[in-house]
Design a protein around this ligand. Structure first.
Ligand SMILES: [Zn+2]
Length: 356
């Protein structure tokens, strides 16, 4: 499939950042180093889409006419704009999807409206799929008896479609030296005629280990492609995730340092890390016997649902159905959240999750 604007060129290097050129159109390019790897996908999975979902749901019942189509479009654009400052790249790709849809001359207005609804449903599905993939393959607390390669292979066995993803890869000259992208050598210009190409090339190649500083990059056009790339880089590098001891949301363990809390804002201007460290008097979440017991129960249910005792066997033999597990996990995660926020006691949390 042909690549159309807007799209992104993503270079990976030896650092834990993604080097991304956002090509908004043929004239406008912005560059950003996005990190730490994994944060983009984890933040998406922890994002609360309910406000957006309600807006879109309200549209689904509206009959599309010439008179109201422009108003409908406005709702979609406004909905996407809600994400603008909240995530490093979601807005860029959603915006691109909407542009390609609304400016598609082959689609009727009715088709455009239903395709826009379809897109939003895809994002919601994508969120559920990656939340599951992250927990299964990279969570620190789940499936501790298996290695990361085993967990990845088990996940692919459960969802064979996951291994069918393809990404488009291309080559381009880029300032990479000693395995790192050198941002100081990036040039910005308003008029390409003013660029001294010879000088630019000399500068780029000065520290390069290659005859031509040629690097492979990924041409990414959709959110799904971007998530797949970021997820695979997490898997490749073994980047783990952990639940925050205070807000209970997942965060990325960017390095080997021991961390219990995330950097998200918990209360006015104060992060979980700032508050959590004080509240628990530096007592580690791992030392909390209620949470330890909770995790033991959770892992037992998790293994029953995924049939870890026979992971290569037929999925039909699950002792817990998907609905049963999801309903239980929902109750469990609410109980854990309330406990961490100090709203219920440890006994109360465990009472809610015990089946017997
Ligand atoms: Zn937190």
């Amino acid at each position: 499939m042909e690549i159309t604007y807007p799209f992104a060129k993503v270079f990976t290097d030896s650092t834990n950042k993604l080097n991304v050129f956002f090509l908004h159109d043929s004239q406008h390019i912005t560059f950003e180093q996005i990190g730490d790897i994994g944060t983009g996908i984890v933040d998406f999975c922890e994002f609360d889409f309910s406000e957006l979902q309600e807006k879109i749901k309200a549209l689904e019942t509206v009959e599309v006419t010439n008179a109201n189509f422009d108003d409908m479009k406005k709702v979609y654009w406004n909905t996407v704009d809600l994400l603008k400052e909240k995530h490093s790249y979601i807005h860029f790709f959603l915006n691109g999807d909407l542009l390609r849809n609304f400016y598609n001359a082959d689609r009727s207005e009715y088709d455009k409206a239903s395709y826009a609804n379809f897109l939003f449903q895809c994002y919601i599905n994508l969120q559920a799929a990656y939340a599951e993939a992250l927990e299964f393959c990279l969570s620190n607390e789940i499936l501790p008896e298996y290695t990361l390669p085993e967990r990845y292979v088990m996940f692919c066995n459960l969802y064979p479609g996951f291994t069918q993803h393809t990404l488009r890869s291309m080559y381009g000259i880029a300032p990479v030296a000693n395995g790192r992208f050198d941002t100081s050598k990036l040039i910005s210009f308003n008029d390409p005629d003013e660029v001294d190409t010879r000088k630019v090339l000399q500068n780029i190649h000065r520290d390069s280990e290659h005859s031509v500083s040629m690097w492979q990059y990924f041409a990414i056009q959709s959110l799904e492609e971007m998530f797949y790339l970021e997820f695979m880089e997490m898997i490749k590098r073994g980047i783990r995730i952990k639940r925050c001891g205070l807000c209970d949301r997942y965060f990325v363990l960017a390095d080997k340092r021991k961390r219990d809390y995330c950097d998200r804002i918990y209360e006015v201007k104060r992060t979980c890390k700032q508050i959590g460290a004080k509240q628990k008097f530096n007592q580690s979440v791992e030392q909390d016997s209620f949470l330890q017991e909770f995790q033991r129960i959770y892992n037992r249910m998790y293994s029953r649902y995924y049939r870890m005792d026979a992971w290569d066997s037929d999925r039909q033999t699950n002792k817990l159905t998907e609905d049963e597990f999801k309903a239980w996990a929902d109750v469990a995660s609410k109980a854990r959240q309330e406990y961490k926020r100090g709203k219920i006691s440890g006994e109360e949390m465990l009472a809610r999750v015990r089946l017997d």
